[in-house]
Ligand binder design. Structure first.
Ligand SMILES: [Zn+2]
Length: 358
């Protein structure tokens, strides 16, 4: 792990004239609003022809090709079916037509339930590189979300051996979810799932467990203005995103966040030959390392070891110093407990570094 968090000067490769892509699949959908500022972007709508349902796979055909440095605005849909949303009380007119079309027309589904928009082929990306994903913008697309639990899932499956689902109205003006009268949850939208294809020998993997390809990491820190770094495993990286969350607590204990549809704007930058083993992230104020494993203790070890590696390679501490500094300045968070592989992330505040360490 030589340079997990990559600085501005390595923003590179081509930032040419970008174009709005024209879709081979003409759908009745409305175009997304163009972003106010920044470079022109590609646009990837969610259609039956531009999504994968429930998996990451090295053999999934890409639905958009871009160059490193380019920006893509992606429409993503709530991880649910129209029937379930309506059963929970959502008026049929509020179900997005895109969700109806995809539910009816996409037959190759599973094993997961997430509708992922993509994949996107990034031309320069090759195995051994790192894909930097700058999350420029995350917009809520509908004025509702849902939460639910089902028997056999979540952190307390024996306590709740039945199913419940609730539609939660979102007040986009006040940026809160009206969970109940008198209970308002601040909105902090992010993508539960952002990932690349796993190594081809892994075949099709479920969209549920996060892994070295990132995927369903459910990390609530990764809001607009943050950056995710993902190891590339196949040519083109094959990035997809979905599983929009309007808000979520660390742990995501009942298996669901405030599940909703989002529109994300991402800039993709390829870093050649970085050899990152696990996904990492950077916020304006912190560095984040991660670990995913079925065993929470193992996930703790991975996130901690990845932080020590970072401190050694990037901040030039000895391993002993790095272990000590992790103990005194790094917070470990339980990202999620419910996706098969449990997630732990370690947060290192940037503010402790008072001079540039070389
Ligand atoms: Zn979710």
């Amino acid at each position: 792990m030589k340079k997990p968090f990559v600085s501005k000067h390595s923003l590179l490769l081509s930032l040419g004239v970008l174009a709005w892509v024209s879709f081979s699949a003409r759908s009745p959908q409305r175009p997304l609003p163009k972003p106010k500022a920044g470079p022109p972007v590609h646009q990837l709508l969610a259609t039956p022809q531009t999504v994968t349902w429930g998996y990451y796979d090295a053999t999934a055909p890409p639905h958009l090709r871009i160059k490193s440095g380019e920006v893509v605005q992606m429409q993503t849909l709530v991880a649910c079916t129209p029937a379930l949303l309506e059963e929970a009380g959502l008026p049929p007119a509020q179900v997005q037509p895109e969700l109806r079309a995809i539910t009816q027309q996409v037959t190759d589904k599973g094993p997961g339930i997430h509708i992922l928009t993509g994949p996107i082929y990034v031309e320069e990306a090759m195995p051994g590189d790192v894909l930097e994903v700058r999350i420029q913008d995350v917009k809520l697309a509908v004025p509702y979300a849902y939460n639910a639990f089902t028997p056999g899932h979540g952190a307390l499956p024996d306590d709740f051996p039945y199913a419940r689902m609730r539609i939660v109205p979102l007040d986009l003006k006040r940026q809160i979810a009206q969970f109940e009268p008198g209970v308002e949850v601040p909105l902090r939208p992010f993508f539960g799932s952002m990932g690349v294809a796993p190594p081809d020998v892994s075949g099709r993997i479920s969209s549920y467990p996060p892994w070295i390809h990132a995927g369903n990491i459910d990390n609530k820190e990764l809001v607009a203005g943050t950056t995710l770094f993902i190891p590339v495993h196949v040519p083109g990286a094959l990035f997809s995103a979905g599983d929009g969350h309007a808000a979520q607590g660390d742990g995501e204990v009942d298996l669901k966040a405030l599940e909703t549809s989002l529109v994300g704007t991402f800039q993709f930058i390829v870093h050649k030959g970085q050899h990152l083993n696990w996904p990492q992230a950077e916020t304006p104020t912190a560095y984040i390392t991660m670990g995913f494993n079925e065993d929470l203790n193992e996930a703790v070890s991975l996130a901690t070891r990845n932080m020590i590696d970072f401190l050694v390679s990037e901040k030039h501490l000895t391993r002993d110093e790095a272990y000590m500094l992790t103990s005194v300045a790094v917070d470990l968070h339980v990202t999620e407990l419910v996706d098969g592989s449990k997630g732990v992330h370690a947060i290192l505040p940037k503010s402790i570094f008072t001079t540039t360490r070389k």
